[in-house]
Ligand binder design. Structure first.
Ligand code: PMV
Length: 350
């Protein structure tokens, strides 16, 4: 099939890891995780990407223009060039076209929310749409699996932003179909306590640069605690399998908060070392603990590689937790800024 020009548009969500991916196996550019991870797919924090393509004369290599929120954006180009280089062997038709990538986020730019997962997933979905247009007989399973495989090569955690509410990436002995190469929908039972699970993201520090994740993953090479940490991620994921089935929120909270603090401990105990939490991050954590002790309401936190706090809780306690956020926690957010989100289903074609 030959196609001259065309355009696709996909929106892909961000995701928040419960068991964290931190550390890669050796192998340059391969993006193989050192341990399996699992995440909730978000619903409101998304990247929307339009991909226009036109057949070109010279077919030496790929070429593209990049627009971010309607304007050319040079800073983001190297990351996309690297992505195209990595995926070229899997999508040889890329060099036949000139692409215009036009991308925007639903969350504010420089809010401190990483957009690499949603951004790379949205781009991968669009490229798969073109591959499907060229090969219409492709199955839906192949489409989504390859999209996740490609997204991984852009940014590891992006492979968890393709399809499904709860997504596992990385081989785990008790999770059927799990793979280091792409994310899969969590295949086992999930208790209704987790239905519409809420994530309110408290923006503690919007401006400051987080440790870039590529630097971060490298810190796990020669890290004194790395091997034990990777084993622990397997154990935590194993425990989450039964927690998802039973709906035991107390156990859920212990695993999720321990994972967040372990991620930060890894950064504090590497060389060079980093402290990414801010005083307000710790204030929020302590307030959440106090509130939980007093009310027995099952609310907990998790963290990414930065100072912002993700507040996780079941939909049934939404009113009380939002009350806590609006009356107390908002005071620790930069300019009082927070984003309400919840579990979503994955990437969508617009
Ligand atoms: O996908 P990357 O390379 O940006 O790494 C993401 C790392 C964490 O967000 C800290 C953890 C995770 O599993 O998402």
């Amino acid at each position: 099939q030959s196609i001259e020009t065309g355009k696709f548009e996909w929106s892909s969500p961000s995701n928040i890891a419960l068991v964290k991916y931190w550390g890669k196996k050796e192998g340059k550019g391969q993006q193989i995780p050192a341990n399996p991870s699992v995440s909730f797919t978000l619903n409101n924090c998304k990247t929307i990407t339009k991909l226009a393509f036109a057949k070109k004369q010279s077919q030496d290599t790929f070429s593209f223009d990049l627009l971010f929120e309607g304007k050319p954006k040079e800073e983001f180009k190297p990351k996309i060039e690297q992505f195209f280089e990595r995926v070229l062997v899997y999508l040889p038709f890329l060099k036949d076209y000139h692409f215009t990538i036009d991308t925007q986020n639903t969350f504010p730019h420089s809010s401190g929310i990483a957009s690499s997962a949603s951004g790379m997933a949205a781009l991968a979905m669009n490229l798969m749409s073109l591959e499907k247009a060229l090969n219409p007989e492709m199955t839906e399973d192949y489409f989504y699996q390859k999209a996740s495989f490609l997204a991984r090569l852009g940014s590891g955690s992006a492979c968890r932003s393709v399809k499904g509410e709860v997504v596992v990436w990385g081989e785990h002995k008790n999770i059927k179909g799990s793979s280091d190469l792409f994310g899969v929908e969590f295949p086992n039972a999930i208790h209704e306590n987790f239905k519409n699970f809420q994530d309110t993201i408290l923006l503690v520090d919007k401006g400051e640069k987080q440790v870039s994740s590529s630097i971060g993953h490298n810190l796990m090479h020669n890290h004194p605690f790395a091997e034990r940490r990777f084993e622990q991620a397997h154990e935590n994921l194993d425990q989450l399998i039964s927690v998802f089935e039973s709906g035991n929120l107390e156990e859920f909270i212990t695993i999720v908060e321990s994972e967040a603090l372990t991620l930060h401990s890894m950064m504090m105990t590497s060389i060079p070392y980093f402290i990414l939490m801010k005083p307000n991050t710790l204030e929020i954590i302590n307030r959440i603990w106090k509130f939980r002790n007093e009310t027995k309401i099952p609310v907990c936190f998790t963290l990414d590689a930065g100072a912002n706090v993700h507040v996780l809780y079941p939909e049934s306690v939404k009113e009380s937790v939002l009350q806590l956020i609006k009356t107390e926690l908002v005071g620790y957010c930069q300019n009082g800024h927070y984003i309400c989100d919840q579990i979503g289903i994955g990437s969508e074609k617009n």
